[in-house]
Ligand binder design. Structure first.
Ligand code: HEC
Length: 203
C-alpha cells in the first residue's frame, strides 16, 4: 500500500518534470512565446511624445507678440562656453515644460527639425507661419515658440539667463545639423520597436 502511494507520487513527479521539459522545448522553438520583449512594457508606448496627442498639432494660434523680441531688448551676454554649458543642461530639463517634455525629448539626435534649421536666422519656419502667422523668425524667438507650443509653457523672460543660454546651446546644435539626417518626424528616429520587431510575423 505504502509502496503504491510512493510510486503514484513519483509517477506524478515524473509527469510534471516531463511536462516541464516539453514546455521548455516549446519555448526554445518560439523565441517570442516565453517572454515577448515588446508585449509587457512597450518602451515606445510610454514615452512617445507623439502618440497620445501631438503637442505641436494641438492648440490654437500663438499671439505673434509673445514670440517677437521687443525692440531694444538684448539677450544676456556672458562667456559663450559657460552659456553653452548651461544651455545644454536646460535643453534636457523637463521642468521647463508643463507636459513632461524637454527640448531633448523631441530634438535628440537632431530629430524633429526641418531643413529650414540649416539656414542662417532669421528665416521662415513652417510652425511659425502656421501658428503665429510670422514670415520669419530669429533663433531666440524660435525657442520661445517651442516653449509655448510643444512645451505647453510660457515664453522665457527676454532678459533671462535661461533664454540666452538656450539660444547659445541651440546655436551649437544648429552648427552640427545636416538636413535630411533625421527627418521631420520626432518619433521616427528613435523608436526602437518600429524597425525590427523581433516578434512581428515574417513576410
Ligand atoms: C514636442 C516636440 C518638441 C519639443 C518638446 C520642442 N520642439 Fe522644437 N521643434 C519641434 C518641431 C516639430 C519643429 C519643426 C517646426 C517646423 O519646421 O515647422 C521644431 C523646430 C525647432 C527649431 C528649428 C526651427 C527652424 O527650422 O529653424 C528650434 C531651434 C527648436 N525647435 C528649438 C526647441 C527648443 C529650444 C526646445 C525646448 C525649449 C524645443 N524646440 C522643444 C518640436 C519640438
Amino acid at each position: 500500500m505504502i509502496k503504491q502511494v510512493i510510486s503514484a507520487v513519483s509517477v506524478a513527479a515524473f509527469l510534471t518534470l516531463a511536462g516541464g521539459a516539453d514546455l521548455m522545448a516549446q519555448q526554445k522553438a518560439n523565441p517570442c512565446a516565453a517572454k515577448n520583449p515588446c508585449a509587457a512594457k512597450n518602451p515606445c508606448a510610454t514615452k512617445n511624445p507623439c502618440a497620445a496627442k501631438h503637442p505641436c498639432a494641438a492648440g490654437g494660434k500663438v499671439d505673434p507678440k509673445l514670440i517677437t523680441r521687443p525692440a531694444g531688448t538684448k539677450l544676456v551676454a556672458a562667456k559663450p562656453a559657460e552659456m553653452i554649458k548651461e544651455g545644454e543642461r536646460l535643453w534636457k530639463d523637463t521642468k521647463l515644460s508643463t507636459n513632461g517634455l524637454s527640448c531633448n525629448t523631441c530634438h535628440q539626435g537632431n530629430a524633429a527639425f526641418n531643413p529650414t534649421f540649416a539656414k542662417p536666422y532669421p528665416h521662415a519656419v513652417a510652425m511659425v507661419g502656421e501658428k503665429a502667422g510670422l514670415k520669419q523668425i530669429q533663433l531666440d524667438e524660435m525657442i520661445q515658440i517651442c516653449m509655448l507650443v510643444p512645451m505647453a509653457s510660457k515664453p522665457l523672460p527676454w532678459d533671462s539667463r535661461e533664454l540666452a543660454a538656450l539660444t547659445a546651446y541651440t546655436g551649437e546644435v544648429q552648427k552640427k545639423f545636416k538636413p535630411g539626417a533625421a527627418g521631420a518626424n520626432p518619433c521616427a528616429a528613435k523608436n526602437p520597436c518600429a524597425a525590427k520587431n523581433p516578434c512581428a510575423p515574417k513576410k
